[in-house]
Design a binder for this molecule. Structure first.
Ligand SMILES: O=c1ccn([C@H]2C[C@H](O)[C@@H](CO)O2)c(=O)[nH]1
Length: 142
């Protein structure tokens, strides 16, 4: 599927489903903890990412950061104002809810991400970035 081929803004439920699809592509032989992320961009596109692990464990890159990198390469990262991401859905196939790690929160914040959607009690639940990264440091602080 071409991530960008969205005609309508996806619902939180749909965004979670796209994140779940992405998790199926995870390369996670060491943790066996596949994760998928689906970013909603300011231009209404969806960009997916999955975690990609490495035998040198520290080189592992999370699903959210892989999606953010892909957004920069293929979509509008918000070059002028650093506000390329509206929100992100995250699915961990082995654990729900699965929240972004601290490093990913920081990277998502860089691009203006306003909320994260996780799966809670079988459905989507939205958390604002003010909740999950309070007093975050970002482009506006420089
Ligand atoms: O939000 C998260 C949390 C964890 N992981 C990955 C990193 C590693 O590959 C595996 C176990 O931590 O899950 C993500 O991709 N995103």
């Amino acid at each position: 599927m071409s991530d960008g081929a969205q005609t309508q803004t996806p619902s939180d439920t749909e965004l979670l489903e796209l994140a779940r699809e992405a998790a199926a592509h995870a390369y996670a032989p060491y943790s066996s903890f596949p994760v998928g992320a689906a970013l909603l961009t300011i231009d209404g596109q969806v960009v997916k990412g999955c975690n990609v692990e490495n035998a040198s464990f520290g080189l592992t890159v999370c699903a959210e950061r892989n999606a953010a990198g892909r957004m920069c390469a293929e979509h509008d990262p918000g070059n002028t104002d650093g506000r390329g991401i509206v929100g992100v859905a995250v699915v961990g196939l082995k654990a729900s809810p699965c929240f972004p790690c601290g490093a990913c929160r920081q990277v998502l914040h860089e691009f203006g991400c306003q909320y994260v959607v996780v799966e809670e009690d079988g459905g989507p639940k939205r958390y604002g970035f003010d909740q999950i990264l309070p007093h975050g440091f970002g482009p506006d602080d420089l």
